[in-house]
Write a protein that binds this ligand. Structure first.
Ligand SMILES: Nc1nc2c(c(=O)[nH]1)N[C@H]1C(S)=C(S)[C@@H](COP(=O)(O)O)O[C@H]1N2
Ligand SMILES: [Mo]
Length: 340
């Protein structure tokens, strides 16, 4: 598998686009549903087997889209009020949405073709759209909005939602960030904290005087105290934390290069690592780092953040920071690093 470590903000970009387009899709989906809901409520609900299947596929499409966007939005608030695993469900729903959308387009294809044929046949009607015969848009009904006003309102709403939330991922929009759950520059050392040491029940272990980081490769094992790590060559890099829950923040990190630690236990530089946290339990306790990241000279065991000793909530005594990786894999409160 190919893991790009450059540019260092590559995951920040893809994750920022993912979350921002997801948020933008909420007003778009609501507008689409508003424009077609008379179709959805037509009676009788099922006229034939084919018609029944078509309506079932639309029901699936609408339900999965609504579920995907609401659970995705709630996830950016770090709230998980449901019994199913979020990540797997998010992936699977995406496939269901794609499948039901393609099915819907396939079913409607004859109608779509007919519509475009009719338009080109009549000399494109001098720019005015041909009347929409089925559920293809806002039907010009008495008492409802004109098509143009409706599209303009949807465009303005979507643009406003994007401009006032995208600042959680993209620094140049930070001044406009009014509604996103995360704000840049907040938190200890000017970086948001995703899970505190207290929440992770790790404060006591991380604060222990006799803490060491154990690096091992086959039979070689070295345990380094904080002062021994500080005595090794230190490097400093600007790297983002890009959280899968939808916020990013670039910061100045300083510490020991991972590749130097790999070399210190006599392991080949093309090795992958298994990293564990002091955190006693939970999904973020262990992390595997492919060789591409371990080898990159910007991948650090960070001891400092923005010019200060790491805050306990940012992973004191030591944490991982690697270029281009999801925040969830930037393990805090390091315990061991095993070369695989
Ligand atoms: N051990 C451990 N490491 C962890 C976490 C955690 O809960 N436990 N959270 C991860 C997540 S989801 C993110 S986004 C980053 C956030 O780092 P920060 O809290 O220092 O901003 O740390 C990651 N490392
Ligand atoms: Mo995260």
């Amino acid at each position: 598998m190919f893991f790009p470590t450059s540019p260092v903000w590559i995951y920040q970009l893809t994750q920022g686009i993912h979350v921002t387009t997801g948020i933008a899709a909420i007003p778009l989906l609501l507008a689409k549903l508003w424009s077609v809901y008379p179709e959805l409520l037509k009676w009788p609900p099922v006229k034939s087997v084919a018609h029944g299947l078509e309506r079932a596929s639309i029901a699936l499409f609408v339900a999965s889209s609504l579920l995907q966007l609401t659970t995705g939005l709630i996830n950016t608030y770090k709230w998980y009020p449901w019994p199913f695993p979020f990540r797997q469900t998010h992936y699977w729903l995406a496939w269901v949405i794609w499948g039901s959308l393609l099915l819907h387009i396939a079913v409607k294809l004859p109608l779509i073709i007919e519509h475009w044929r009719a338009r080109s046949g009549t000399g494109a009607g001098a720019g005015s759209p041909a009347p929409v015969t089925d559920d293809g848009g806002a039907p010009p009904e008495a008492g409802r909005w004109s098509r143009r006003a409706f599209l303009a309102a949807v465009g303005v709403t979507t643009g406003a939602v994007v401009l006032t939330t995208a600042g959680q991922s993209f620094p140049w929009l930070d001044p406009l960030n009014l509604f996103a759950p995360r704000k840049m520059g907040t938190g200890p050392q000017s970086v948001p904290v995703n899970r505190t040491a207290a929440d992770a029940k790790v404060a006591e272990l991380a604060g222990a005087k006799d803490w060491t980081l154990t690096v091992s490769h086959q039979d070689t094992r070295r345990s380094l105290s904080l002062s021994e790590l500080q005595a090794l060559p230190q490097y400093e890099h600007e790297l983002p934390i890009a959280c899968v829950e939808g916020w990013s923040q670039t910061a100045r990190w300083r510490g020991v290069r991972i590749r130097d630690l790999v070399a210190a236990v006599g392991a080949p530089s093309s090795s992958a690592l298994r990293v564990t946290s002091l955190e006693p339990e939970g999904a973020y306790r262990t992390m595997v780092m492919p060789a591409a990241y371990a080898q990159d000279e910007r991948t650090l065991v960070a001891l400092e953040l923005n010019g200060q000793t790491l805050d306990l909530d940012h992973g004191y005594p030591a944490r991982i920071i690697a270029p281009g990786r999801p925040g969830v894999l930037q393990t805090k409160w390091l315990h061991t690093m095993e070369v695989l």
